[in-house]
Design a protein around this ligand. Structure first.
Ligand code: AMP
Ligand code: MG
Length: 350
């Protein structure tokens, strides 16, 4: 398939291009597009065949449900069985934005979109290109992250093209994303509402609105006895090709430990890499040392993390060590993704 590549400036949206992209989706085709979290791979959420195409294009297991993206609150009622009070409150505070809510699905939503579940995940993104595209596509766009299954989610168009060129009808390049990690997922069919995937909207922010909010136990632990409630969270995800290990502890000990490991890997002729932060990056001896950002402003780390993981692949790094991050605020989402990328390999040094 020939993939059409178009560039849309989110500050000056070309309506004709958006209409063309919307027409592709209406006709049952796929369009990759930017959102504020990561790039999405969009198809008509109400068309079973479109959802099947999404799974194929990604190489994604078909029991891993898709998030349905809407552009306005009026669109919600048609795809869910009921709208609980909690959803109205959360939408009032966090929509449009990086929060996905899970509802019981209405009949209109095909099981192909929900991975066979009776529930449906819904998000209203804030990115203006995404919103215009959703409207142009008929109002309901199923969109997982626009990567091949198992790879880090794309935060820049370059990596969407790398993964999906030839597999989708169109790729919309809308520049770099703002947040860089996938949305927070909260399940409103559970009592109390339960966070299944941490993201930019933290559990504390949800509690401010709802009071009692639970967290899925598997979010930060490798609880192999327990299946995560979001089916997608059980797969090895976000992974770079090199072997990634997280090292946690006091800064000086972490640096010494990682450097000693690097010396050893070098003797084995392995190409080495480190995911550091602004203040530590110069102190490592690896072949490729990258700062993920400023430790005091973890939003910078969230934005850079997936791009950096991809760059280690580009540079064919074979062994990667990452510093660890605090798990308050967005740090919880960073560590959740990093732990998955590392297959839960974490070493504590004192
Ligand atoms: P992605 O679109 O790549 O960000 O992945 C979507 C995530 O949402 C996956 O982890 C899914 O398992 C999860 N998800 C989507 N729909 C549901 C649902 N109805 N119930 C639980 N988790 C869901
Ligand atoms: Mg994904």
């Amino acid at each position: 398939m020939e993939t059409k590549l178009v560039r849309i400036d989110k500050n000056n949206i070309d309506a004709a291009l958006v209409r063309a992209a919307g027409d592709v989706i209406r006709a049952g085709g796929l369009v990759a597009f930017p959102t504020e979290t990561v790039y999405g791979l969009g198809g008509d959420a109400l068309n079973a065949a479109s959802s099947e195409k999404i799974y194929q294009a990604k190489g994604r297991p078909s029991d891993n449900p898709l998030i349905v993206h809407i552009a306005d609150m009026e669109a919600l009622a048609a795809i869910v069985r009921e709208i609980p009070e909690s959803a109205v409150k959360l939408a009032g505070r966090f929509w449009p934005g990086p929060l996905t809510m899970i509802f019981y699905k209405a009949e209109l939503v095909p099981y192909e979109t929900t991975g066979g579940l009776d529930t449906v995940a819904v998000r209203m993104p804030v990115d203006p290109v995404a919103r215009e595209l959703i409207r142009a596509a008929g109002g309901y766009v199923a969109a997982p992250s626009a990567n091949r299954s198992g790879r880090p989610s794309p935060t820049v168009a370059k990596y969407v093209i790398e993964d999906l060129d030839g597999r989708v009808e169109m790729i919309v390049d809308g520049g770099d994303v703002e947040i860089g990690l996938e949305s927070t997922i909260v399940d409103l069919t559970e009592e109390p509402p339960t966070v299944l995937r941490p993201g930019y909207i933290t559990v504390e922010m949800l509690r401010e609105v709802l009071g009692d909010v639970a967290e899925d136990r598997t979010m930060l632990r490798d609880d192999s006895g327990q299946a995560p409630k979001a089916p997608g969270m059980k797969y090895r995800h976000y992974a770079p090709k090199g072997e990634l290990t997280i090292v946690d502890g006091a800064e000086q000990s972490v640096i010494e430990y990682i450097n000693s490991r690097i010396d050893r890997h070098r003797r084995e002729n392995k190409k080495t890499g480190v995911i550091a932060t602004d203040t530590s990056v110069k102190r490592y001896r690896a072949d490729v040392c990258k700062s993920a950002g400023d430790r005091r402003d973890e939003a910078t780390v969230a934005r850079e993390l997936y791009r950096i993981l991809r760059e280690f692949d580009d540079e064919q790094v074979e062994v990667i060590y990452a510093e660890s991050f605090d798990t308050d605020g967005i740090g919880q989402a960073i560590m959740n993704r990093l732990l998955k990328a590392a297959g839960h390999r974490i070493i504590h040094v004192s």
